[in-house]
Design a protein around this ligand. Structure first.
Ligand code: HEM
Ligand code: HEM
Length: 229
């Protein structure tokens, strides 16, 4: 396993994510992880050491609620402020087609570190399109169920019990997705360059051409340049 690929300033780079997208992404990453570790302290038996990090079980409950509020507010604010970006994101997801299926077929080999020929991809590749549907769905389920179990007295008891199930299952699926996604977006030899897109805003131009050929052509290619003129 290698660490995150070196950030190369000496090669041409292209913009991938604006500052709002980056700020929102890292805010929800930190708050998701805080919710996860404090939630695990409440969920698992005999993890006093984990609860101790947050000042005990009461402290873990408090940090969980504070992180949950920031997570909810940051996502709702970003959806309102960056509405155009959200629509563009959804439009890209709706372009799921033959090339995305082709990507998903070679993905296991790419995941294992083999060099593979990737069919031309739009802004988000087939795997990212799936992540864009599954992970936000899990986060929304966590938010809705979480707000219900926060105030159990105002809801029907059956709904509160059901919400605990939803909260726990969404936590498990969401965490599995985030583990794979976090690895692919950082240490993975083929796709790790994407980390810089989310951290500094830009990726290497040659990497963009190879990994997101359709997006590159539409955004920075000859056709895009003539349309700009
Ligand atoms: C985003 C809004 C969220 C809200 C409003 C929320 C709210 C809550 C509340 C009120 C509890 C009960 C705490 C207690 O018993 O003291 C809880 C438990 C828990 N939360 Fe969340 N939460 C949210 C997000 C998350 C996230 C993102 C995760 C994990 C990725 C998570 C994982 C857990 C777990 C594992 C428990 C323990 C459940 C159990 O005991 O069965 N929560 N949450
Ligand atoms: C654990 C550390 C994490 C790392 C290193 C990471 C890294 C990245 C990177 C590099 C991208 C851009 C990929 C591209 O070029 O298209 C991205 C996108 C994204 N991230 Fe994360 N991320 C992390 C955690 C999270 C968490 C906790 C969530 C949600 C709960 C999340 C949700 C998303 C979504 C929905 C996208 C857009 C779809 C995609 O590209 O897969 N990420 N992330």
């Amino acid at each position: 396993m290698q660490w995150i690929p070196e950030y190369r300033e000496d090669v041409p780079r292209v913009e991938r994510f604006n500052s709002l997208a980056r700020f929102t992404h890292w805010t929800h990453t930190v708050t998701f992880l805080l919710c996860l570790f404090t939630g695990l302290a409440l969920f698992l038996d005999g993890v006093d050491w984990l609860a101790a990090i947050f000042g005990g079980y009461r402290g873990a409950g408090l940090v969980h609620r504070i992180a949950a509020v920031i997570l909810t507010v940051s996502i709702l604010t970003a959806m309102a402020v960056g509405f155009k970006g959200v629509i563009a994101w959804i439009k890209d997801l709706l372009r799921f087609g033959k090339n995305d299926i082709g990507f998903l077929m070679v993905f296991p080999l790419e995941f294992l570190g083999f060099k593979v020929k990737i069919p031309p991809q739009t802004r988000f590749n087939g795997g990212e399109k799936m992540n864009s549907v599954v992970t936000p769905t899990m986060v929304f389920l966590l938010m809705i169920s979480g707000w219900i179990i926060w105030w159990p007295s105002i809801w029907w008891p059956g709904l509160v019990r059901f919400s605990y199930w939803v909260h726990d299952l969404a936590m498990i699926f969401g965490t599995l997705m985030v583990c794979m996604h976090g690895y692919l977006g950082s240490f993975h030899p083929g796709s790790g360059e994407s980390f810089w897109g989310m951290w500094k805003g830009t990726v290497r131009e040659d990497w963009a051409k190879h990994h997101h050929a359709i997006w590159y052509e539409e955004t920075y290619g000859d056709k895009a340049k003539t349309e700009e003129e």
